[in-house]
Write a protein that binds this ligand. Structure first.
Ligand SMILES: [Zn+2]
Ligand SMILES: [Zn+2]
Length: 270
């Protein structure tokens, strides 16, 4: 009951389905994820299967980035050259101009309610990859959002990955029931890493070393569990790897990764 009242309250406070979350155009309530038709067409969806145009899309078997049509390998360039600590990654969108707009709105314009739509989008992307749907699918016990530093939390007022994770679990509960536990306190950001942009993958990994830690009480929660780590964007995987390492060291069995958007497959420097 309280949950229901909260949901109605949220709807009144944040009028979803009035403006497109990417371009701001007026839309009606029936639009999926509060996106206008034009933006739905222009976003770069990752389905890991057949696309709207009928073409089969391939994704990197490790990190889940979409692979270019002409690309032959099973792994993207990054994954061929760097080992990752996580088991397998999944992503909803390939990062481009419109995706950038969406992420900026989510991150900086204080429009935290966008996270609700993104959480739903992430669940829709993930559900067919789950053991609940597919015998070869993954089993998830705990959902952990990538934490942000206390400083950044104070400035922004919210952690966008945590909000998305919350709505992801809510969508899971609504559609399948028995949603995994959302764990927001076990993993801590112990170092504020400001500028990763412009660093190469090795430099990023170095900058991220020791940036995350699991609280002593967290080991109880994580031991032998399959964890789904949730973040907004995947580029070289340095953040995901640093989090995964901390989770695995704390006793987690496997770490899967789900991100809203992932970077392209370009070689460094191109
Ligand atoms: Zn739009
Ligand atoms: Zn990859």
């Amino acid at each position: 009951m309280i949950k229901r009242v909260l949901e109605i309250g949220e709807r009144l406070l944040f009028p979803n389905n009035i403006y497109c979350l990417v371009c701001g155009a007026m839309i009606d309530e029936s639009r999926p994820y509060s996106l206008c038709d034009k933006c739905v067409r222009q976003l770069h969806w990752i389905t890991g299967g057949r696309q709207a145009d009928g073409k089969l899309q391939r994704v990197c078997a490790k990190c889940g980035k979409a692979l270019p049509e002409t690309y032959r390998g099973a792994l993207c360039y990054d994954c061929m050259h760097h080992k990752h600590a996580f088991e397998k990654g999944f992503s909803c969108l390939t990062y481009g101009l419109h995706e950038r707009e969406l992420m900026m709105n989510l991150k900086y314009n204080g429009r935290s309610y966008i996270a609700a739509k993104m959480g739903e989008m992430m669940f829709d992307r993930m559900k067919y990859e789950l053991a609940d749907f597919n015998p070869d699918g993954v089993k998830i016990d705990v959902v952990v959002p990538v934490p942000i530093s206390r400083d950044r939390l104070r400035k922004r007022g919210y952690n966008q990955s945590e909000l998305m994770a919350r709505y992801f679990v809510r969508a899971w509960d609504r559609e399948l029931g028995e949603a995994p536990q959302l764990e927001t306190r076990a993993l801590l950001r112990t170092k504020n890493t400001q500028m990763l942009r412009g660093l190469d993958p090795a430099e990023r990994a170095l900058a991220m070393r020791g940036a995350f830690a699991v609280k002593s009480t967290g080991t109880e929660i994580l031991r032998d569990k399959n964890v789904l780590l949730i973040d907004d964007i995947y580029t070289t995987g340095s953040t995901s790897d640093a989090c995964s390492k901390a989770l695995l060291e704390a006793g987690a069995q496997r770490v899967y990764l789900l991100t809203l958007a992932s970077g392209g497959n370009r070689k460094p420097g191109t």
